[in-house]
Design a protein. Structure first.
Length: 447
C-alpha cells in the first residue's frame, strides 16, 4: 500500500487531523495515512518511505526552520538517487503566501486555502488549487471559491491524549470564518467572513471519538466560540446547546472555550460558560488605547472591553486577556493606557504578544511601510530597561508582563525565576518577530 505522511510541527493540529481523515476516507485501500508532529528519526524514516509528505504549517516561523529545511533537502536528495520518489507539499495557513513558501522551502507545491477538498485531487495529479515552480517561474492555480465545510471525521492519532496545547489535548473546530476585521489576523481572509458551522450531531460524534481515543480535555476553537451557527446575529441558544451537550460527554471540568470577542458575549452565554466549561473566557483585548484599537480595526474600545470583563466577573467567569505591544503606531501614551487598563480590569490572567506581521494582512502592509529605524521591534530601548539591551517592543512586552503580575486578581510574588521567564519570553518573541519582519521585507514584491 502507498503511504502519505502528514507533519504538523509540535502538535497534531485539528487541520492536519482533518486532512488525514479526508485522505483516509477517500483513499481507503490505496494509501496508508499517518500523522507525525516531531522531526525525529522515526518520522524521517517514515517520510523516506512515503509517496507523499504533506507539511501542515501554521506559522511563518516554520518557513525558517533549519531542521525542517534539512529534512526536505534529505528527501529531495533521496529522490535524485532512487526510482521511488517522495512528493512534498505544503498546506495550512502559510499557504496564504505561496510565493514566500516556494522561495524558502524546496517543495513540489503549495496547496492553497482550505485543503480538505483540494488535497485529494492534488494527490491524484490535479493542479487546481496548487502553487508550484515551473522553469523558475511561480505558477499559482487559484482554487474555486470557498467550498462548504467537509464533514469528514478527523484522523485521530493514538497518542493524542498525551499532547497538551495550553492545557487541552485537542482544539476542535465547530465553525470557520470570522465577521471581524482585525488588521493583524489572518482568519477572515483565510476562512472568509461568512460563518460556516458544523452540524451539532457531527461535533458530538467527534467529541465521543476523541474521548474514546484517550482525550480528556477539549477546547473549542474557531476565532470566537460564540459565533457558532451565527447567521445575522449570534445564535445564543445553539451556542449554549453546544456547550451543554459537549460538556455532557466530556465533563465541564474538561471543556474550555478559549477565544471570545467582547462584543459577542452576554449574560446568558457567560452563564453557560460558567456552568458547562472550566469557567474561563479569554478576550482579545489587545490595547488600552482607543486610538490603537481603531487602527487595528478591532471593532471594540476600552469601555466595551472593560464592560465585558466586568460582566464575566459578575457571572462568576474567570477572565484572561491578551494584549499586543509594539504596534507601529503605538506611542508611549498608548502603551501607558494599556497599563492603566490592566490596573482597572484586574484580570485573572494576561498574555502579551509583540505585533506580528503575518504576510498579506493589513498589519503586514503597515509594517512594510514603516521604516525599520521607526519600527519598535527594531528600535533600541533607551528607557528604564536600558541595561538589558532590549528593543522597544521587547521592553514593553517584558514590562507589561511584570506589571500584569502585580495587578492580576491573584498576583504572584515576583521571584528571580519569574523575572527570568518573562525576560526570556520578551527576548524570544522579539527575535522571532524580527526574523519574520526581515523575511517579509525580503519578499516585499510579492506582498
Ligand atoms: S475577532 Fe479574532 S478571529 Fe476574528 S478577526 Fe479579530 S482576531 Fe481574528
Amino acid at each position: 500500500m502507498k503511504k502519505i505522511t502528514i507533519y504538523s510541527p509540535n502538535y497534531y493540529t485539528y487541520g492536519a487531523m482533518l486532512i488525514g481523515g479526508v485522505l483516509k476516507e477517500k483513499f481507503k485501500n490505496k494509501y496508508d495515512v499517518k500523522l507525525v508532529k516531531t522531526l525525529d528519526n522515526n518520522s524521517i524514516n517514515l517520510f523516506l518511505k512515503s509517496d507523499y509528505v504533506l507539511l501542515s504549517l501554521y506559522s511563518t516561523l516554520h518557513l525558517m526552520d533549519k531542521n525542517l529545511k534539512k529534512v526536505i533537502e534529505l528527501l529531495q536528495n533521496n529522490n535524485k538517487h532512487n526510482s521511488k520518489k517522495t512528493k512534498i507539499f505544503v498546506g495550512g495557513p502559510v499557504s496564504a503566501y505561496p510565493e514566500i513558501v516556494l522561495n524558502e522551502l524546496n517543495v513540489d507545491g503549495v496547496i492553497l486555502g482550505e485543503g480538505e477538498i483540494i488535497t485529494p485531487k492534488i494527490i491524484e495529479g490535479d493542479k487546481e488549487g496548487l502553487a508550484y515552480l515551473e522553469n523558475g517561474e511561480i505558477i499559482i492555480n487559484k482554487p474555486k471559491p470557498k467550498p462548504k465545510l467537509d464533514f469528514s471525521k478527523p484522523l485521530i492519532p493514538k497518542d493524542i491524549g498525551a499532547q497538551s496545547i495550553r492545557g487541552a489535548n485537542v482544539y476542535i473546530e465547530t465553525h470557520r470564518g470570522c465577521i471581524g476585521n482585525c488588521t493583524f489576523c489572518q482568519v477572515p481572509k483565510f476562512f472568509g467572513k461568512d460563518i460556516r458551522s458544523k452540524p451539532l450531531e457531527l461535533i458530538l460524534e467527534e467529541v465521543k471519538e476523541f474521548k474514546k481515543k484517550g482525550v480528556k480535555r477539549i477546547a473549542i476553537s474557531g476565532g470566537t466560540g460564540s459565533l457558532y451557527n451565527f447567521k445575522k446575529e449570534v445564535n445564543k441558544s445553539m451556542f449554549i446547546e453546544l456547550l451543554e451537550k459537549v460538556s455532557r460527554i466530556i465533563g465541564n471540568k474538561n471543556l474550555s472555550v478559549p477565544d471570545m470577542r467582547v462584543d459577542y458575549v452576554d449574560r446568558d452565554t457567560l452563564t453557560a460558560v460558567k456552568k458547562y466549561t472550566i469557567g474561563w473566557v479569554f478576550y482579545g483585548i489587545e490595547s488600552g488605547s482607543d486610538k490603537i484599537l481603531k487602527s487595528m480595526k478591532k471593532g471594540t474600545n476600552r469601555e466595551k472591553n472593560l464592560n465585558a470583563v466586568n460582566l464575566a466577573k459578575e457571572c462568576g467567569v474567570k477572565v484572561g486577556g491578551s494584549f499586543i505591544v509594539g504596534h507601529p503606531e503605538e506611542k508611549e501614551v498608548d502603551y501607558l493606557l494599556t497599563k492603566d487598563f490592566i490596573v482597572d480590569a484586574e484580570l485573572d490572567d494576561v498574555f502579551v504578544s509583540i505585533a506580528e506581521p503575518i504576510p498579506k494582512t493589513e498589519l503586514c502592509d503597515l509594517i512594510l511601510d514603516t521604516p525599520i529605524e521607526k519600527n519598535p521591534t527594531f528600535k533600541t530601548h533607551l528607557g528604564p530597561y536600558k541595561r538589558l539591551n532590549l528593543t522597544e517592543s521587547e521592553a514593553r512586552c517584558f514590562d507589561l508582563l511584570l506589571h500584569a503580575e502585580n495587578w492580576k486578581s491573584n498576583p504572584h510574588i515576583l521571584t528571580k525565576q519569574l523575572y527570568s521567564i518573562y525576560l526570556n519570553e520578551a527576548k524570544t518573541q522579539g527575535k522571532d518577530i524580527r526574523n519574520i519582519t526581515n523575511l517579509i521585507f525580503k519578499y516585499k514584491k510579492f506582498l
